[in-house]
Structures are given as structure tokens and as C-alpha cells.
Design a protein around this ligand. Structure first.
Ligand code: DGL
Length: 272
């Protein structure tokens, strides 16, 4: 039995879609969520900068005493996961491998689409992991710079719909039968993707696949909490707590009674 919380982080509120799935799968665990609202979005930033931010946050969470960290951000996972795993003692689960694995299992024509931020697409990590599992599978990747800012702004109108259709179009032309939605912000607009791709395409989301990976990791390492208890969650942001709470409740689909602010300086000090 291990009563320590699980740390989860993202550039903003997107990782709450992963937390939501974790809460459903692991209702007896405690969670500490950190959204880096002050520096969101990560997608347009260089990999070295994303690596630095991810290292600061993971160091902070480690010092808060978490037993496992979930990098609930595809951009941070793509740019930083190996470096984080080398630098820190606590186990770190990313969102990329579980999703790539699910896509390889799901595809029948071995043509897989990827929609993600610029940083994630530029890293080429999905191609590497997919090819490690099936060297004959093809990945068609499209960067989607408009989506995270529109989602964080709470926009679900025509502009978002048009952007999704624009990004989906090259994947439809290539005849992919499975699409990896490689950004933890995307499940919140699940319906928009479903309409753009139709019934014939399997959509793979990081939130569902990662929650499964977290549950298996805790079980295999034997660091689960008491299954008969009710878990709790704490929320931290580097941005505005009020904005995080409003947007966060939409992502999590649960009430967020309190959000604490942590400064970027505190994160920098944790990694110093
Ligand atoms: N949720 C992050 C991801 O999964 C968003 C990236 C961003 O901040 O641009 O990639």
C-alpha cells in the first residue's frame, strides 16, 4: 500500500482529460495536478525550452512527494520524456507510447493519421514508436497550430470546426483508417473530430490509453493506495487560478472547489 499522490502535469487544462480517465479508473488514488497556464501553449516552442519547463515541473512534483508522474501533455512527452526519466528517480509515464500502441492494434490498412501540436509532430516520436511496433505501418502527420489556443479560449464555434476540417482533409485523402489525436486538449472537442472523420475511422485518444497504463504501472510496482478509500485531487496552476477553475471544470466535467497558484520561479528553483 502506498498513500502518496500521483502527479500529473500539462501546459494548461488539457491534461485534465487524462486526470478524468484516471479518476474513473483509480477512484481510490490521490492526485496532484499542475497546469503551466502562464507558459501555455507549449506546441509552438522549441524542444529545448519545452524540456526545461517539463524538467522544472517534474522536479517540483517529485519534491511534493508524488509516487508517479504522468506527463499528460504530448508536446512535453515528445520533447522531454527520456530526459526526465534520466534525470529523476520517480517513475514517469508519458502519453505517447500507450496511444501509438493502441493505434497499431486498431489499424487494419496500416495507415495511421496523427493530429498534434507542431512540437509533437516535429519530434517524429510517433513514427519511431509506431515503426518499432509495426515497421510496415505508415504515419501521416499533420501539425494543428490553431487548435490549442482555440480550445483554451473556450471556442467551440465555426472557427474551430473549420480548423478541424482543414487538418482532417489530408488524412482523409491518404485513406487512413485510424487517427491518433496526439494532444491532451483534443478529447474535449471529441464530437468535432467524430463529425470530421465519420464512423469508418477509429479515433485514438491519449487520455483513455494513458489511464490504463497508469493503473497497470501502479499494480505491477505494487504502489497502489487502499482500494476501499475515496481519493482526492489538488490543483495547481502557474496562471490565473480563477481562469483555470472555469476552464478546468469543463475539461474535467467535475467541480474544482479550489485552485492554488504556484509561481514559475518556484518551479525554476525546484529544478535548480
Ligand atoms: N496538451 C498539450 C499536448 O498534449 C498541449 C500543447 C500545447 O500547450 O500547445 O500537447
Amino acid at each position: 500500500m502506498d498513500a502518496r499522490p500521483i502527479g500529473i502535469f500539462d501546459s494548461g487544462a488539457g491534461g485534465l482529460t487524462v486526470l478524468h480517465e484516471c479518476l474513473v479508473t483509480l477512484p481510490h488514488e490521490d492526485f496532484l495536478y499542475l497546469g503551466d497556464g502562464a507558459r501555455c501553449p507549449y506546441g509552438p516552442r522549441p524542444h529545448a525550452e519545452i524540456r526545461r519547463f517539463a524538467h522544472e515541473i517534474a522536479s517540483y512534483l517529485e519534491q511534493e512527494g508524488v509516487k508517479l508522474i504522468v506527463a499528460a501533455c504530448n508536446a512535453a512527452t515528445s520533447a522531454a520524456l527520456p530526459a526526465l526519466q534520466e534525470a529523476l528517480a520517480v517513475p514517469i509515464v508519458g502519453v505517447l507510447v500507450p496511444e501509438a500502441h493502441a493505434a497499431v492494434q486498431a489499424t487494419r490498412n496500416r495507415r495511421i493519421g496523427l493530429l498534434a501540436t507542431e512540437a509533437t509532430v516535429a519530434s517524429g516520436r510517433y513514427e519511431e514508436v509506431v515503426h518499432a511496433l509495426d515497421a510496415g505501418a505508415r504515419v501521416v502527420a499533420v501539425p494543428c497550430p490553431k487548435l490549442v489556443p482555440l480550445i483554451e479560449a473556450g471556442d467551440v464555434g465555426e472557427e474551430l470546426d473549420a480548423a478541424v476540417r482543414e487538418y482532417a482533409s489530408p488524412l482523409r485523402e491518404e485513406g487512413v483508417d485510424t487517427v491518433i489525436l496526439g494532444c491532451t486538449h483534443y478529447p474535449i472537442i471529441r464530437r468535432v473530430f467524430e463529425r470530421a472523420f465519420g464512423r469508418g475511422t477509429t479515433l485514438v485518444y491519449s487520455a483513455d490509453e494513458t489511464a490504463r497504463e497508469v493503473a497497470e504501472t501502479l499494480a505491477r510496482k505494487r504502489v497502489e493506495n487502499d482500494p476501499d478509500r475515496d481519493g482526492s485531487s489538488r490543483f495547481l496552476t502557474t496562471g490565473s487560478p480563477e481562469e483555470f477553475r472555469t476552464l478546468g471544470e469543463r475539461f474535467l466535467q467535475l467541480p474544482i472547489p479550489q485552485v492554488e497558484q504556484v509561481s514559475v520561479r518556484e518551479l525554476e528553483l525546484a529544478a535548480a
